[in-house]
Design a protein around this ligand. Structure first.
Ligand SMILES: NC(=O)c1ccc[n+]([C@@H]2O[C@H](COP(=O)([O-])OP(=O)(O)OC[C@H]3O[C@@H](n4cnc5c(N)ncnc54)[C@H](O)[C@@H]3O)[C@@H](O)[C@H]2O)c1
Length: 333
């Protein structure tokens, strides 16, 4: 009998890459996405993706009753960390309530394992590289939602026997990333802006540090988690950190390969963790994880892909709170 895998957020960066990978391995793969942050055009040909908002528990439960997935990879989220304090309700609905609904249906319908993408946002402003055993100290509602889901999975395991693994990825890049959302995916934003002849904005001094990794290196470790390491948490991502200023220079260099010459402009800083990257020793030893990211190659590939996409409107979000909003998000930039 074939193994049936449900991927939520199937039209997003991780979902569209991982669904292709699993289909190539011969799995029966189905998806859920409400297309709020991913696009139908990202779906592989012939891939069955239900248009369901995961906030709707009865729709989710009805889907589980009819599809009966063996495994669930829960990728769906609205991962706009910096915006999350201004859209608390939307953040907790998409990132916490949706997850709770999926966990409920997974328990009820006997899912064999639930694999959840949390985030390094749970670590907060501790000293990097972050290790899985560190305390969780998120500084924004996005990180708090991820933290809460991590806790809820542990309880679902202890009380109801739901098997699970948690991945804490960080700064993933690759094709099918949403580059038309001005609140998230900095590399994608800069690629869009380069193509449109707009400046590349850096919030603050540009000395923030992050490590960017190509999505392709996540596929095999993700698959292994289906069968191994119940209850374990893994950081996944690149080891090599760089400043945001350096990342902007790299995107600018790649833009030049395609005939675009954007300038780099600094704007006011944001409420964010300044230095954030992770240790991947655990994933390397237990999941044979190897990150082989060559950021320049990946960004060049993203430019080629972006130039083949239709020109989409940049998403506008209704703020739930205006107080303390950064000037660059008050205006159309
Ligand atoms: N990309 C990264 O660098 C990164 C880093 C850390 C954690 N993560 C986590 O990994 C996961 C996948 O990230 P991604 O970059 O692929 O995100 P993405 O935005 O590309 O994809 C998420 C998908 O979820 C869908 N979605 C959102 N809300 C939904 C809802 N209520 N119902 C149904 N579908 C909904 C969106 O339409 C989108 O297609 C997320 O949980 C994110 O928080 C990503």
């Amino acid at each position: 009998m074939s193994v049936k895998v449900l991927i939520t957020g199937a039209a997003g960066l991780l979902g569209s890459n991982f669904s292709r990978f699993l289909m190539e391995q011969g799995y029966e793969v189905v998806g859920i996405d409400d297309f709020s942050g991913g696009y139908r055009e990202n779906l592989a040909e012939g891939f069955s993706c239900a248009d369901i908002n995961l906030a709707d528990l009865s729709a989710v439960d009805g889907y589980f009753a009819s599809e009966r997935p063996d495994y669930v990879y829960h990728f769906a989220a609205y991962a706009a960390e910096g915006l999350s304090p201004f859209i608390r309700r939307y953040n907790y609905t998409n990132n916490l309530i949706c997850s709770a609904n999926l966990i409920t249906s997974s328990i009820k319908h006997g899912v064999k394992k639930f694999i959840f993408t949390s985030s390094m946002a749970v670590y907060g402003p501790q000293r990097p590289p972050f290790v899985e055993t560190m305390a969780r100290r998120p500084i924004d509602p996005y990180g708090i939602a991820k933290y809460a889901v991590e806790m809820d999975l542990r309880v679902a395991h202890d009380q109801h026997g739901l098997s699970y693994s948690i991945i804490r990825p960080h700064n993933i890049i690759g094709i099918y990333q949403n580059i038309w959302d001005r609140y998230r995916n900095v590399i994608g934003i800069w690629i869009r802006k380069s193509i449109r002849g707009e400046p590349l904005f850096i919030y603050g001094d540009g000395l923030q540090k992050r490590a960017f990794s190509d999505v392709s290196f996540y596929m095999k470790p993700f698959e292994r988690l289906m069968y191994e390491y119940n209850g374990e948490i893994f950081n996944l991502g690149a080891d090599k950190e760089r400043t945001i200023g350096e990342a902007a220079e790299l995107v600018k260099k790649c833009a030049g390969n395609f005939g675009f010459y954007p300038e780099i402009v600094h704007l006011e800083g944001r409420h964010e963790v300044k230095f954030a990257w992770c240790d991947h020793g655990k994933a390397k030893s237990l999941l044979d994880f190897r990150d082989g990211t060559n950021m320049e190659d990946t960004v060049n590939r993203m430019f080629s892909w972006a130039l083949g996409q239709k020109d989409r409107k940049v998403k506008k979000t209704e703020y739930e709170l205006e107080k303390g909003m950064y000037s660059f998000w008050k205006e159309e930039k």
